[in-house]
Design a protein around this ligand. Structure first.
Ligand code: NAD
Ligand code: GLY
Length: 359
């Protein structure tokens, strides 16, 4: 097992990465002050891992109350959030009762927001079970739900007390979900770590074959980047925005296609190819660089062509992006492969060309 720390002064917390962690009592002990926890999970993950986690807690003398939600991005809503509050209130959960998120990013984001708001804040633990949630969403404290007018538009920054990334849980992940997670892994290479990008190019087949060592290294390296960025810019006033490479286009794809029809990671992959195209039009990266990026996503079995929503619809959805400032869109682009920048004044003609060329 390897352990990293997200350095946020008194709110610092560990990320443990390894195999068989769900059965490891010691890792949880220090973070469970009382004898009760609520576990939020979904109908897919519960039959796979809930019993194991409950058993570990039981052995520690901790009683756990499961809250099992329907599965899917389409349920990342205020209505589902309310069912979490209903269960917590019905069972008289107190301020000292931690909420454990057991699942992917949808469960993690919703549980985190419930933890941030229930009784104005209760302890929160992340046990991410998808590659995407292990490398990205479980770390950094972005929590929330979708709104019909935009993805993740309602939420809070609320850090977990602990992240347990059990690589063994990836054994049961569907292939397309593994690929979706790889989109966010590739992202770290593109924005800030060229050697890691090269490592991914060399090890993509091992990752797709779920080689434990390769997966653990990819999760570790990704979490190191995420932890560094979050420690430097928790509330996204600068550097953290770079983690959104491909997300401005990607969120437009997700919203425009209807939540859940494109996986988040799939939309990020196609969106990153669009961001690369725009970076080339800005005169920063070469056509070969764009081809290299497209090839890596293709090798990870990810889509590289965005759906044709029409230019107007893209512009409309991108206008709701959280990076919009003073009514102006801002894009994360590549100054070079391995170095991202946030750019505010992208000429609209170039954006128009990218949208026309890529969809
Ligand atoms: P997800 O949570 O929908 O999980 C994907 C699917 O895999 C679901 O059907 C889930 O039930 C299933 N699943 C989970 N673990 C499994 C396992 N071990 N075995 C088999 N099936 C399993 O999707 P995701 O890709 O994990 O997360 C996407 C969400 O994360 C989006 O809502 C996105 O907005 C959010 N996100 C948040 C952040 C952040 O910083 N908070 C960052 C990136 C993405
Ligand atoms: N997933 C982007 C961030 O956490 O900032």
């Amino acid at each position: 097992m390897q352990t990293l720390t997200v350095g946020l002064s008194e709110r610092s917390y560990p990320i443990h990465i390894g195999t068989g962690l769900l059965a490891n009592m010691e890792l949880l002990t220090a973070h469970l002050p009382g004898k009760r926890v609520a576990i939020v999970t979904n109908t897919t993950v519960a039959p796979l891992y809930l019993e194991k986690l409950q058993q570990t807690l039981q052995e520690m003398g901790v009683h756990s109350m499961p809250i099992v939600l329907p599965d899917g991005e389409v349920y990342k809503t205020a209505d589902t959030l309310n069912t979490i509050y209903d269960a917590l209130l019905t069972h008289r959960c107190e301020r000292s009762t931690p909420l454990i998120a057991l699942g992917g990013g949808v469960i993690g984001d919703m549980t985190g927001f419930a933890a941030a708001t229930y009784l104005r804040g209760v302890p929160f633990i992340q046990i991410p079970t998808t590659l995407l949630s292990q490398v990205d969403s479980s770390v950094g404290g972005k929590t929330g739900i979708n709104h019909p007018l935009g993805k993740n538009m309602i939420g809070a920054f609320y850090q977990p007390r602990l992240v347990l990334a059990d690589i063994s849980t990836l054994d049961t992940l569907p292939d397309n979900e593994l690929s979706a997670g790889l989109a966010e892994v590739i992202k770290y290479g593109l924005i800030r770590d060229l050697p890691f990008l090269e490592w991914l190019e060399q090890n993509m087949d091992k990752l797709l074959a779920r080689d434990t060592e390769a997966l653990q290294y990819a999760v570790l390296r990704s979490c190191q980047h995420k932890a560094e960025v979050v420690a430097a810019d928790e509330r996204e006033s600068g550097e953290r925005a770079l983690l959104n490479l491909g997300h401005t286009f990607g969120h437009a794809i997700e919203s425009g296609m209807g939540y859940g029809n494109w996986l988040h990671g799939e939309a990020v992959a196609a969106g990153t190819v669009m961001a690369a195209d725009l970076s080339q039009r800005m005169g920063w990266i070469s056509a070969q660089d764009v081809a290299r990026i497209r090839t890596l996503f293709q090798r990870a079995n990810l889509p590289v062509v965005a759906p044709d929503l029409g230019v107007e619809k893209y512009l409309d959805y991108m206008g709701h992006d959280k990076k919009v400032e003073g009514g102006k869109m801002r894009f994360v682009l590549l100054k070079q492969v391995g170095q991202a920048v946030l750019k505010g004044d992208v000429p609209s003609a170039l954006l128009q060309q990218t949208l026309e060329a890529c969809v």
